[in-house]
Design a protein around this ligand. Structure first.
Ligand code: ADP
Ligand code: MG
Length: 713
């Protein structure tokens, strides 16, 4: 029999496995398992070491434990209120325990005397007797190894763990040897188990060490398939690309980047300089740039992004800055006007003359007349830098010559949008614009390699000098809040300013705005009475918002009561206090982003997180915020706490081929190795013609749809 390929297993319905009848097949389908491949890639969630189970005699009341024990007696009774009650006595050789099930009368059948099973639960005390109530049960069946694999099933499917073990064992036995699509030299170099051994090791390991080796191999395969896909798409893009060679070294009279940097009240940090140099190298080259710019809040990404846009303009092209929402686009627009408003560009219509740099805003809220004007100017080249939302991608927007696109907050831009942007550049015989993507908060580099696999990554790993760290305090009791409000008053007294971030409420922007308005009133009449309070939320018209921001910036307002509208882009160096209400409702990244609105100068700053929550998750989040202001560090915590879902989005994670591989620290080296191997294999063989099995697997398991989500995240 020739070795099995995964494709062959994918073509066998799971009902072909012995003892999987129609009923079982249906139950399996409810777990998403339809083929033999699905079955053998349904991996154990954990393993229980028979020899290291908690001994019943050593457990104390209140302990959460797993015990491996045999049933010695079963009784079914009616409890008060008529509920069915199954009482089971179990023994593990060291002691006895009563296990009680309410409303699960079928347990009597499932657990007849003599059955060996694992019981997961909390030891409690009932009328002086130690017992477990409604524990999770897994039958050991004929799993005889020292390590008992525990499969993720659901009570609803009615499938027992041991059945799984049986079926998988059977499927693997019948499959025999697996084809190994990864070339031998690569496997040897990386010390990877062969695939046949890896499947055996993960489903029926003798030792944890063996399990780890099996897992490592299979996780590597998942990551390799993904990296092959992204690297291949990248190569594809490059093959068909028509890039713009930007002018990074213009004659002085055309230069924009240098004058822009010269007029800044500060010198770029060396990290900013490095990032700009990297980007310049891309911009000067023939291939369109695809780069991710990562940097912590306050690291100065804006300057770097604007320099890239201006590079396009100084070569006679246009730059576009895209934000995911209208509010953000408007805020960026204000910021861009402030930073670039004084620049002039050479005007070919006026010999030796200049005109002001053309800056425009285009969103769905842009009014009809203005819209027409902006569209006209974009097509004619009168607008040099445009800030906007997806509205920039609509059919009727044409660019004279789109050269650089900066996307802020990648998350909501997908491949289609990127393609649309490319098309904008190409329209009328133009070229593919260069693309710079900025993340709002950094994610670990290897995670970026998976999520933004086809982007090169540059990091700004240093904050401007002279920043005084922000002191963050979590106030857990309403009475402690005085500390925050006293700080607000004190700082305002010193001529500084403060933000109050309103609780996040469910519902539309309108609901959120209403709640912010109420909060503004409550504070004005209450703890902040006498101070000048402003209100900022997403329902205000752009002009109103602009006015409020200008007043706050100019010191005509002391306190800004705001929704998360201020999360990104708001930049007022004199703001030194932030109070976040109901802080537990926000995620780590969002809190970090919010906090980044203070500490933007050399003045000491404070952030107060108000929350009475004691949910373990909230506690860890808020403690993490108190403990560090390093965004990369917080990204790690977020990943540990929330898992891949944070980055991939839960929906995608569920659908993806990443069943074992993790973006957490453990698999970092594996991600890098998979990337390197993918590049090596595709180098000189961009279609994997020489490795057809591997190519086929990528197609089978990653597929176009999957690849699309990767770029989208
Ligand atoms: P982010 O990376 O969070 O987008 P910004 O670009 O908004 O950060 O910059 C944060 C603040 O730091 C802004 O006030 C900006 O003007 C200022 N800034 C940027 N670069 C420097 C620098 N090299 N030295 C001092 N301040 C800087
Ligand atoms: Mg920013």
């Amino acid at each position: 029999m020739s070795p099995r390929t995964l494709r062959e297993l994918a073509e066998l319905p799971v009902s072909r496995v012995r003892r999987v009848g129609e009923k079982r097949a249906e139950a399996l389908a409810s777990l998403g398992i339809e083929t033999v491949l699905d079955l053998v890639t349904h991996y154990p969630r954990r393993y229980v070491d028979r020899t290291r189970q908690a001994a019943l005699s050593e457990l104390s009341v209140g302990d959460e434990a797993v015990v491996l024990a045999s049933v010695v007696d079963v009784r079914t009774r009616r409890a008060r209120g008529g509920r069915a009650l199954v009482e089971i006595d179990v023994d593990d050789g060291s002691g006895r325990l009563r296990v009680t099930f309410f409303n699960q009368s079928w347990r009597a059948k499932q657990l007849p005397a003599g059955t060996e099973a694992l019981f997961f639960g909390k030891l409690d005390l009932y009328r002086g007797r130690r017992q477990m109530t409604n524990p999770v049960v897994d039958l050991v069946g004929n799993r005889t190894g020292r390590l008992v694999p525990i499969y993720p099933t659901s009570e609803k499917s009615g499938i027992a763990g041991w059945e799984f073990g049986d079926w998988v064992g059977e499927a693997l036995r019948r499959a025999g040897a697996f084809e190994d699509p990864v070339p031998g030299p690569v496997r040897r170099r990386l010390d990877l188990l062969d695939r046949t051994a890896a499947f055996a090791a993960i489903h029926a390991p003798q030792t944890f060490e063996e399990r780890d080796r099996g897992r490592r191999r299979l996780a590597f395969d998942e990551l390799l398939r993904l990296q092959l896909q992204v690297v291949r798409r990248r190569l594809d893009l490059e093959r068909h690309a028509r890039g713009v060679r930007h002018v990074v070294d213009p004659p002085p009279e055309r230069a924009l980047v240098q004058p822009f940097l010269d007029q800044l009240p500060f010198a770029p940090t060396s990290a900013q300089r490095r990032a700009m140099a990297r980007i310049n190298a891309d911009l000067a080259g023939t291939l369109p740039m695809h780069r991710l710019l990562q940097g912590d809040v306050g690291s100065g990404k804006t300057v770097v992004a604007l320099a890239a846009l201006l590079t396009a303009v100084q070569g006679g092209h246009q730059g576009a800055l895209m934000a995911p929402t209208e509010v953000l686009a408007e805020q960026h627009y204000l910021g861009v006007r402030q930073l670039l408003g004084a620049l002039e560009v050479a005007d070919p219509a006026r010999l030796g003359g200049n005109r002001p740099l053309g800056i425009a805003l285009l969103t769905n809220r842009t009014s009809g007349a203005e819209r027409t004007r902006v569209r006209h100017e974009l097509a004619e080249g009168g607008v040099d830098v445009v800030v906007g939302t997806h509205a920039l991608l609509t059919e009727d927007v044409r660019f004279a010559s789109l050269g650089v696109v900066v996307i802020d907050e990648q998350h909501r831009f997908g491949v289609e949008q990127r393609a649309a942007l490319g098309a904008k550049g190409r329209a009328g015989g133009g070229s593919d614009p260069d693309l710079l993507v900025m993340t709002a908060t950094p994610i670990p580099r290897t995670a970026a390699m998976v999520v933004f696999g086809d982007l090169d990554v540059t990091e700004i790993d240093e904050l401007p000098e002279g920043r005084t760290p922000i002191t963050t305090t979590w106030l857990r009791q309403p009475k402690d809040e005085d500390e925050a409000w006293a700080r607000v008053r004190h700082e305002v007294g010193e001529g500084r300013r403060a933000y109050v971030v309103c609780p996040l409420v469910e519902g539309s922007e309108r609901v959120q705005a209403a709640s912010a308005t109420a909060e503004h009133e409550r504070l004005s009449d209450g703890v902040l009475h006498g101070l000048r309070l402003g209100l900022l939320h997403g329902q205000l018209k752009a002009a109103e918002r602009e006015q409020v921001m200008a007043d706050f910036r100019g010191g005509r307002l002391d306190v800004l009561v705001a929704t998360t509208v201020i999360e990104v882009g708001v930049d007022v160096p004199e703001a030194t206090v932030m109070v976040v209400e109901d802080a537990d409702r926000f995620g780590i990244a969002q809190l970090h982003q919010l906090r980044g609105r203070v500490g933007r100068s050399s003045l000491p700053s404070w952030c107060y997180l108000l929350s009475g929550s004691d949910s373990p998750d909230a506690v860890r989040r808020l403690h993490a915020l108190e403990a560090t202001t390093d965004g990369f560090e917080l990204a790690e915590v977020d990943l540990e706490l929330r898992g891949e879902g944070t980055i991939l989005g839960t929906r995608q994670k569920g659908r993806s081929d990443l069943k074992l591989a993790s973006l957490r620290r453990v698999d970092r080296p594996l991600v890098e190795q998979a990337r390197a191997v993918a590049e090596e294999l595709l180098d000189g063989d961009p279609t994997l013609a020489g490795l057809p099995e591997l190519a086929d697997e990528v197609e089978l398991l990653v597929g176009e749809e999957e690849a699309a989500f990767l770029a989208k995240s």
